[in-house]
Design a protein around this ligand. Structure first.
Ligand SMILES: *Cc1c(COP(=O)(O)O)cnc(C)c1O
Length: 361
């Protein structure tokens, strides 16, 4: 990706003294590690411990997830979101099954066939839907379109929360989808690359937004919330988790020093830093969205419900912004320029962007 060119990066601890050289709004993974997570990384490095997840950090964080989700879930740590999604979907499917997802879903458009590869061929079935969301009707149509033996049998519905276009499924929407799932004996997988932002946007608890609304498996991203790396795959139905550790190992996702993926999570989970980070990111996106909307000739493409803003700009504006060093993507979701805010985005940064837009418009 040309937008990932080497450039000076913002330091996690000196955001206040930012020199203005950092112009990263392409994704929430351009941000560094948040100080709370970094502190736990250092702490985990004080003493040696057992390998392959048998260490005390992995146990501690697993227990903390159980507290956070108010249930005895099974928790596994993997390196990135593609692995979390691909392996959890593979675990829910036989190779002759299919996964229903939105046509803009990350698993469909941005994982290089990972879910199909790790499941030995489970097919992704795509449905359209407004604002990046699957609808009960769209799902029902894919399921009932064919019921014969020649069609890959639907087994899982995969929902992205927040969606790829920065919108959020409400609890009611999730419940309606669960009803369809129940009618057809399907499981629900949630790609939670921005799960924290969804909790913050809706003001609901992680339990309410997952198992209480019928989600069976959640891929909860730490990376986009402030870790260096690491996603938690959380099974709410413990039976479904059986042998998932073997699947991770076979796929090269069992970190021998797992404690260094697990321990930084403690920095997010303690004192609800994950929620604080998400609220901050969402707040910054709202700040940007409000001001962008006020410009003549700029149109927001989707309601900005979490930490990203999608907008249509005249092409010359995009070119000029890139020339001034701003990074943003234009290939995500349905097109348009996407700006993503994170735990360390500042109003200064956004004011700089707005000022540049004003100048080049
Ligand atoms: C970032 C992201 C992922 C994970 O991507 P990786 O690069 O594999 O960590 C998954 N789903 C969505 C919607 C994302 O935005």
């Amino acid at each position: 990706m040309t937008t990932d060119a080497i450039a000076p990066t913002r330091s996690a601890t000196t955001a206040a003294e930012d020199t203005g050289t950092s112009r990263f709004l392409a994704s929430d993974n351009t941000s560094g590690i948040c100080p709370e997570a970094m502190a736990y990384m250092m702490q985990a490095n004080r003493d040696d411990d057992l390998a392959y997840g048998n260490d005390r950090w992995t146990q501690l964080v697993t227990d903390s997830f159980r507290k956070l989700f108010e249930t005895e879930c099974e928790v596994f740590f993997v390196f990135n979101g593609t692995a979390a999604n691909s392996l959890s979907l593979a675990h829910l499917c036989q190779s002759y099954h299919s996964v229903i997802c939105h046509e803009l879903a990350h698993i469909e458009t941005d994982e290089c066939g990972g879910p199909e590869f790790f499941s030995n061929g489970s097919k992704l079935l795509n449905a359209p839907g407004p604002n990046g969301k699957l609808t009960p009707d769209g799902i029902e149509q894919l399921i009932t379109k064919r019921t014969d033996i020649h069609y890959p049998r639907p087994r899982v519905i995969s929902l992205t929360q927040c969606t790829e276009v920065g919108t959020v499924y409400t609890i009611e929407e999730l419940q309606a989808i669960r009803e369809v799932a129940d009618r057809h004996d399907l499981q629900i997988h949630m790609d939670g690359a921005r799960f924290a932002n969804a909790c913050a946007a809706l003001g609901v608890s992680p339990a309410e937004l997952t198992w209480k609304a019928g989600v069976d498996v959640l891929c909860f991203s730490g990376t986009k919330n402030g870790l260096a790396m690491g996603e938690a795959v959380i099974f709410f139905d413990r039976k479904l988790a059986r042998d998932f550790d073997y699947r991770c190992k076979q796929a090269g996702q069992l970190a021998s020093k797992m404690r260094f993926i697990a321990a930084p999570w403690m920095g997010l989970l303690e004192n609800d830093v994950w929620l604080k980070n998400a609220r901050h990111a969402n707040g910054m996106a709202h700040y940007l969205a409000e001001r962008l909307e006020a410009f003549e000739g700029i149109e927001l493409l989707f309601p900005s419900q979490a930490n990203s803003v999608f907008a249509n700009f005249p092409e010359h504006v995009l070119t000029a912004l890139r020339a001034r060093g701003w990074t943003f993507y234009t290939f995500i979701g349905a097109g348009g320029a996407r700006f993503v805010c994170s735990w360390n985005t500042t109003t200064d940064l956004l004011d700089g962007l707005l000022e540049d837009i004003r100048e080049v418009l």
